[in-house]
Design a protein around this ligand. Sequence first.
Ligand code: ADP
Ligand code: MG
Length: 688
Amino acid sequence: MVGVSVHPETSIQYLKGIGPKRFEALKRLGYETISELFYFFPRRYEDRSHFRPIRSARISEFITIKGEILDLKVRPVKRLEIFEMLVGDSSGTIHASWFNQGYLKKNFEIGEQIILSGKVEFYNRLQLNSPEYEVLISDEEETIHTGRITPIYPLTEGLWQRTLRTAMKQLVDQHAGELLHEYLPSSIRMRHDLIELTPAIQNIHFPESSGTLAQARKRLIFDEFFLFELALLEKRTKEKREGTAIPIPVEKDFLEQFTKSLPFALTGSQKKVIREILADISKDIPMRRLLQGDVGSGKTLVALSAVLQTVRAGYQGAFLAPTEILAEQHYKTMTKIFGPLGINTRLLTGSTDEISKNDIRNNLRTNKNEVVVGTHAILQDNVKFSNLGLVIIDEQHKFGVKQRGHLLKGTLSPHLLVMTATPIPRTLGLTLYGDLELSTITELPAGREPIKTYWITQKKEKEVFEFIIKKLKAGDQAYIVFPTIEETEKVDVQAATKEYEKLKKGAFKDFTVGLVHGRMDSKEKDYVMRRFHAGEIHLLIATSVIEVGIDNPQASIMVIENAERFGLSQLHQLRGRVGRGSKASYCFLFGNPKTDDGKRRLRVLTKTGDGFKIAEEDLLIRGPGDFLGTRQHGVPQFALANLVTDYEILKTAREEAIHLLEKDSCLKHPELSRLNERLKQYTTYFQD
Ligand code: ADP
Ligand code: MG
């Protein structure tokens, strides 16, 4: 930086060594200002801090040496040229060569001290091939590229490791002290033994030692989690403080009557979570609650009790499902339950015709429709509620986190209940749902038997089919699923269709076989599902459109083809389509996994039916990004932190965030002004 005064918002193009071209490249990576560039972290490090005697070099080792330049030459080879350097120390000499980089020669002089780091290779003699280099002016001088634990930055077109590293060194040396300000309260730093911000940033880029690098990482990972949790919880604290929701009174007697009218008794768990939810919505603080319960634990009814109370109090309810099939199933359940009570439920999905859509939208705007159930279509901007009191999101893990925010904007905030059958492993729970209160259904309805699960090779198909035929004859129903992967959906659908044609005429010719897949239009899907529910279709061939939520208690057999292609949680969900009544249920996994992880997945399923155990295992096998799938847009990206391995830091950061907001919910204390500023920067970035 020449002559100009620098401030955090100064564009990085004014840094020495960053011209317009490199600026463009960094901008593409998301860094524009100096304060942002401090957080452009190395991708990894190479330890080039130990000098080895040249004599000790062995083929294919990676070494760092320090010596004197003894000779320099540019040697033509065919139409190209090789730049060669001979370096010696007290133990011996070695050549270094750079292919087609003759222009480098002018940077060096014989007699200079130099450090080289690179791989030892053999071309008629031992030599270093295109090593990293650094000329030493004096012995005290701190080196940048080698002779140290060296940062390796992620690159993009137009960025070179050496120039970038030089610029970063300059940035950190000259501006970190002046531009970075400690924002963590010192009490928090003390309690958790966290170093200050400036040395943390300095050491994450140019570590003095592996020890200081570890300290820097710990401090910066803490920061990532702490800011994230603060942002999340601050919003929630504000909602609580301002009390902007509609209180919905609970009518105990009415509710009791309603549950008595059901064909079964609620489980203790269901009753408990219903109480928790109703207590929440009776307050003027908007409910933000996550209901988790394994597949088949009866979440729908819990949600419907809350919807019922909302409508009774004169407000509207919105019920979101991730697929049309599921939305239609809920619609059916709701018309059955709500219809007799005179409550008007409407179904709004992508394939609702325009006339009905308009009608629904008009009625919602004027409070004529009380409950709407549907898919993403409900989230469209032109769907406006006059009086929205409660939003239910079923199978939340299939939606992005951002999407849940959408309906909740507005002056009065509706209550929100999100439901999931994919139990969220603790780490992810804290980050994804850290602002939600948690209710858990811990028991399944009485009389459910564990689903007997077998992992089977294709050779046994005939025996499995014979077993299914026996069961179908006894009045059971079955699914055969060909799971779909988004990228290959078309092929998967073809496979399912082909198999359907084959099975219908072959093994299952004595039964009614149905087919349902994601490429059918909603009416066709609905028709097939209705016939399956009614018992008219005995065997349903399906793709993973039936993965979530589908509920037919008469179905007791699930066959999953190509099971090795799917994640554990997804397989658990699919399996959860059976075992929903009192019948003994079976799941057959056909699969021939090639990898150990693949085998482990299928083995886990045969051993346990516990969704929580399965989710933890899945997270371990796949890591957080994959675990939530590509559709889960809301997974926060942390630059340094790893949700699995840094769990302990996350927990501490969260506790500190909670503690701080309890003491000072607006973070008004003067000691927190820097933190507040940092948080503001962070939330603008975090919310869009
Ligand atoms: P999920 O939690 O997977 O969404 P559902 O709400 O679809 O589960 O319920 C699964 C099945 O169990 C449904 O057929 C539902 O009617 C039934 N069910 C719900 N609660 C009970 C209960 N207490 N006793 C018996 N069956 C129940
Ligand atoms: Mg469900």
